[in-house]
Ligand binder design. Structure first.
Ligand code: SF4
Ligand code: SF4
Length: 180
């Protein structure tokens, strides 16, 4: 055969960075990448997507192709785990669980937003995700309550023991952007 050879545009020719760990973890979670038909029912069901740029179908597409850029996609953190997509997927794919798996792998590789790191740090230090501050202490005092409530805040030694049992976050990935 002679003549000019067809050259696909770069977007078609560029191979995706496939990651076998992602595929294996997704299948284990109940999301077989070969079964997603990109119907978009998950996107249409997504409450988070109504208020943000998150598009569940796009996340699942990247995941289905084993595209590791999905791990640094901030949209995976916008899912509220409401399970609407999970209930409605016509292929019965466990979409929400798949997103949780993606978050776990992202965290292990250091793709964690600074705000999430801070929350874990506060949890380690106080036993609560929301710290108590001087303003709250003053309001409690005004109400006749002890400044420190009888929760984990009052038992720093126990919190220290608990913190030793909690996981330690991996260092930030070099490609992860500051999200302060
Ligand atoms: S609803 Fe299910 S099959 Fe349809 S795009 Fe979403 S994950 Fe894929
Ligand atoms: S579980 Fe997450 S992705 Fe699915 S519909 Fe709810 S918010 Fe959207």
């Amino acid at each position: 055969m002679s003549g000019t050879r067809y050259k696909a545009p770069p977007s078609v020719r560029t191979p995706l960075e496939k990651d076998p760990e992602i595929e294996e973890a997704l299948i284990k979670a109940g999301f077989d990448p070969n079964l997603c038909m990109q119907c978009g029912t998950c996107t249409a069901s997504c409450l988070s997507g109504r208020w943000t740029a998150m598009r569940t179908r796009e996340i699942m597409r990247k995941a289905a192709f084993g595209d590791e850029s999905v791990l640094s996609d901030p949209d995976i953190w916008l899912c509220t785990t409401c399970y609407a997509c999970y209930d409605r997927c016509p292929r019965d794919l466990k979409v929400t669980d798949a997103i949780i798996v993606l978050r776990n792998i992202a965290s292990e590789r250091g793709f964690i937003a600074d705000k999430h790191r801070k929350t874990v740090d506060i949890l380690h230090k106080t036993g609560h995700a929301v710290p108590i501050n001087d303003k709250i202490k003053a309001i409690r005092k005004e109400l006749g309550l002890p400044e420190i409530p009888p929760t984990a805040f009052a038992y720093p030694e126990e919190v220290r023991k608990m913190a030793q049992m909690l996981f330690i976050l991996p260092p930030k990935h070099e490609d992860e952007e500051d999200t302060q």
